[in-house]
Ligand binder design. Sequence first.
Ligand SMILES: C[S@@+](CC[C@H](N)C(=O)[O-])C[C@H]1O[C@@H](n2cnc3c(N)ncnc32)[C@H](O)[C@@H]1O
Length: 217
Amino acid sequence: MDSEPVPSFPREAFRRQDETPDAQFYHFPRFVTHIDEGAIAAVTQLYRDYLPAGGVLLDLMSSWVSHLPAEIAYSRVVGLGMNAQELRANPRLADYVVQDLNQNPQLPFESAAFDGAMVCVSIDYLTKPVEVLRELARVLKPDAPLIITFSNRYFPSKAIAAWHTLDDRGHLALVQQYLRAAGGWHAIELLDRSPRPRITDPLFAVIGRASGPAKTR
Ligand SMILES: C[S@@+](CC[C@H](N)C(=O)[O-])C[C@H]1O[C@@H](n2cnc3c(N)ncnc32)[C@H](O)[C@@H]1O
């Protein structure tokens, strides 16, 4: 039983330099990769290690690439992001939803619909991360993994204020606190999967497993 107090966050932590609607920033597609090859390979290896082959997956804050291992088949991958052109071009997605999670953090999916979920280099843009993670706990099956990855690069104007003030270790701790605040997560791991030697972008991950309906607050 976790006896530590549930974390809470000051509203200022989620302020951003650019408070205009995210739809404006993401209006034009960006067919780029946001981390380099070594860091992408580390993300793909995590997916190989944690995501069940043949499963139904949710790629949250998705774009034109999902970084899933090419040799593994999944029964269905659904993407949610801000730019329809990027999502349409993503060869791994069977379906996609365009939704601004900062406007509406409710996920448009049934409970226990997914066997795994990923949030790649994007968690720092969420202004309501606890609500989104509570929703992710709902839409995952019990014990299904959520893999949240990030590096040390981001769009500064759209990242939340707290992200700017913290270093890599601080980012890991912050995302762990999000999961604890959301509730409904167990087996939380904080990983440094940065390629060695560090000639590429670093890569960090916070992984949790959904606890199932009885334990989701
Ligand atoms: C740095 S990109 C990462 C994209 C992809 N996950 C990857 O690994 O290449 C950030 C992504 O977060 C998504 N995003 C940003 N703000 C969002 C919001 N408010 N609601 C939903 N998705 C958002 C964007 O659509 C964009 O695809």
